[in-house]
Design a protein around this ligand. Structure first.
Ligand code: ATP
Ligand code: MG
Ligand code: MG
Ligand code: MG
Length: 475
């Protein structure tokens, strides 16, 4: 019941088009010309150079529904997935953008009008957050929307100040929060915006006011033509519009959850027992979209993030009792739900399914043995009594059985244990060094020769996954 997600997406784009915005297609999940950024993680990514003035476009206002990925890199929601009702690895961000055209007043007005008139949300459920020092926004919210001062919350830099990088455009944000109601109150002593992190206070829309330019010395100068960048999570607003308690109960996820029910013969439940279902549904979408865009499972960079997500889904499938490759069978369902807006997932469904199946089969070869070793390792950590899985143990699971670190971390957490991540990194570094030395010996290299030096500049192809990932930042 309620408004379908596809209808919300359509209305959003049309609404902003009516207000002078050009509808621009979603860009790829893989940022163009930006090796520093693992994945597109917000609507503004494709407009980065437009905001700085480096790139010219024939419009001053744009609107998009953007494919986003927040796994690996600085914005990493992988471990939130299925635990909160509102985080995914792959999700869609609806956005409107002003390139030196309208600013705060209109941005607030548009967002408010869309939510309360176009979607008809009750005003008294909506709260606004502002950046601590942004008195202008404090005034505007009251003037433009009539929100009382008591429902405007001042937050600090972490939540409500945005910057493209250490230097460059930056500015305060304002967010719109939907109050799901008293019955969603959490256990925290103060369940309030900014104080707890529960699902009662649902952040739906972030309005970024690009107002300053920061230079090397950290000084901020007002931009001559300030800009607007906003982002609203489609899955979240869909949960509100469909009157359900979780993104996973919306029409974007129900068909996937149902498909997992059919594969396992088990029933989905909310809360803890439904956790593996939610993870699998989320990861099926992420894997499908990444592979449709040409990413392949590998040991480094983007391919490694894909491998981690895919193998994590497989392990949760195993937890639900599935004994054979299954994830590839969800690709068609992803296509049914998402193919209208993103035809590529339908067009490339066969290819995507083949890639997923191949990787599942590869992982299944070592999965049983790996699970047995994992159980032993957990036993040993318990016996030691320090509650810690050693770095070398996690590394053996990674190196010999293809268990990405977060998979071992998941299992450890389920058993009430911790993993020594630093020790894992060390074991990885030792291994990498050994591999390098072996390669040099095998190829009879003088490591100081011009050829060896030239080759050393090339990205290594072995065991660089985690190191590369931790290094890679985002906007
Ligand atoms: P949160 O605090 O809930 O993690 P955020 O502040 O990190 O969200 P923003 O960077 O402000 O999110 O992104 C803009 C909007 O995109 C959010 O207001 C939310 O609606 C949506 N969003 C962000 N992260 C996710 C995610 N992992 N899954 C689904 N939607 C998301
Ligand atoms: Mg976040
Ligand atoms: Mg937030
Ligand atoms: Mg935010």
């Amino acid at each position: 019941a309620g408004m379908p997600a596809a209808e919300i997406r359509r209305r959003f784009l049309r609404f902003f088009e009516r207000h002078g915005h050009t509808i621009v297609p979603s860009s790829s999940l893989i940022p163009k010309d930006d090796p520093t950024l693992l994945f597109t993680n917000a609507g503004m990514v494709q407009f980065k150079d437009v905001f700085t003035g480096k790139e010219k476009v024939p419009y001053k206002r744009a609107t998009t529904a953007q494919k986003c990925m927040r796994a690996g890199g600085k914005h990493n929601d992988l471990e939130n997935v299925g635990k909160t009702a509102r985080h995914h690895t792959f999700f869609e961000m609806l956005g409107n953008f002003s390139f030196g055209d309208y600013f705060k007043r209109d941005a607030i007005h548009f967002a408010w009008t869309f939510l309360t008139e176009e979607l008809g949300l009750p005003k008294e459920r909506l709260w606004a957050t502002i950046y601590r020092e942004d008195d202008e926004a404090f005034q505007l919210w009251q003037e433009v929307t009539g929100i009382p001062a008591s429902r405007i919350v001042r937050l600090g830099e972490k939540d409500n100040f945005w910057a493209m990088g250490d230097t460059g455009p930056c500015g305060p944000c304002s967010e719109i929060v939907y109050d799901r109601g008293e019955e969603f109150r959490c256990e925290a002593e103060t369940c309030a915006i900014g104080a707890c992190d529960c699902d009662r206070w649902l952040e739906i829309w972030n309005l970024v006011f690009m107002q300053f330019n920061r230079d090397e010395t950290g000084r901020m100068e007002p931009l001559p033509r300030p800009s607007i960048d906003t982002g609203m999570g489609l899955e979240r607003i869909a949960s509100v519009m469909q009157g359900v308690a979780s993104n996973f109960d919306t029409d974007l996820f129900r068909p996937l959850i149902r498909a997992v029910e059919e594969l396992t013969g088990r029933r989905y439940e909310e809360g803890e027992p439904g956790f593996p279902f939610r993870v699998i549904a989320d990861h099926a979408r992420a894997c499908t979209f990444l592979i449709a865009e040409g990413v392949l499972p590998s040991n480094e960079g983007r391919g490694h993030v894909l491998r981690r997500i895919l193998r994590r889904a497989v392990r949760f499938g195993r937890i639900l009792g599935i004994q054979e490759p299954f994830l590839y069978r969800l690709v068609d369902t992803v296509g049914e739900v998402m193919g209208g807006a993103y035809p590529e997932v339908r067009q490339r469904a066969d290819y995507v399914a083949r890639v997923i199946r191949g990787e599942e089969e590869r992982f299944f070869r070592t999965l049983d043995q790996g699970m047995a070793i994992l159980a032993e390792v957990i036993e040993r950590a318990r016996a030691r009594g320090d509650g810690v899985i050693r770095g070398e143990e996690a590394f053996v699971l990674y190196d010999t059985y293809g268990f990405p670190l977060d998979l071992t971390v998941d299992a450890a957490e389920e058993a009430g244990l911790r993993v020594d991540r630093e020790g894992f990194e060390q074991a990885m570094a030792v291994q990498r060094q050994r591999a390098r030395a072996a390669r040099e010996v095998a190829e009879g290299w003088d490591p100081g020769s011009p050829l060896a030096l030239a080759l050393a500049d090339e990205p290594a192809t072995v065991f660089t996954g985690y190191e590369r990932l931790e290094d890679e930042g985002t906007v």
